[in-house]
Design a protein around this ligand. Structure first.
Ligand SMILES: Cc1cc2nc3c(=O)[nH]c(=O)nc-3n(C[C@H](O)[C@H](O)[C@H](O)COP(=O)(O)O)c2cc1C
Length: 96
């Protein structure tokens, strides 16, 4: 939560999914344009997480505001963090 500018939903969620991008895996095939493809793919991934959450009665929000170096230190692993996605049971059930 502190690494994401004290956004309280990050602290409250039982899990936070962190999406890291390893740009080189894509730019090695597509050159500089691969950076664009990585961002498109992360958007698709985020959308799929929203859809899955809705279907399971869960709630999530993509978080882009965070300190990169802090998230890297906490999560470790390779690449650049692009999304932190808190997932939780909503305070009130969805009414669709
Ligand atoms: C790239 C990106 C970054 C975002 N970062 C944050 C964030 O740091 N904190 C947050 O609460 N919501 C964040 N959001 C979510 C938006 O604030 C908003 O909830 C979401 O886009 C849905 O908006 P709508 O309900 O008006 O359609 C982000 C959304 C996107 C697409």
């Amino acid at each position: 939560m502190r690494a994401s500018l004290d956004q309280e939903w990050v602290g409250a969620a039982p899990i936070n999914l962190v999406v890291n991008a390893i740009y080189e895996r894509t730019t090695r095939h597509y050159g500089d344009r691969g950076v664009r493809y990585v961002h498109m793919e992360v958007g698709h991934l985020g959308q799929n997480i929203y859809l899955q959450c809705i279907s399971l009665g869960l709630a999530c929000v993509v978080v882009g505001a965070f300190y990169d170096e802090e998230v890297k230190r906490i999560v470790g692993g390779a690449g650049e963090p692009l999304y932190v996605i808190p997932v939780a049971v909503p305070a009130e059930p969805w009414k669709l």
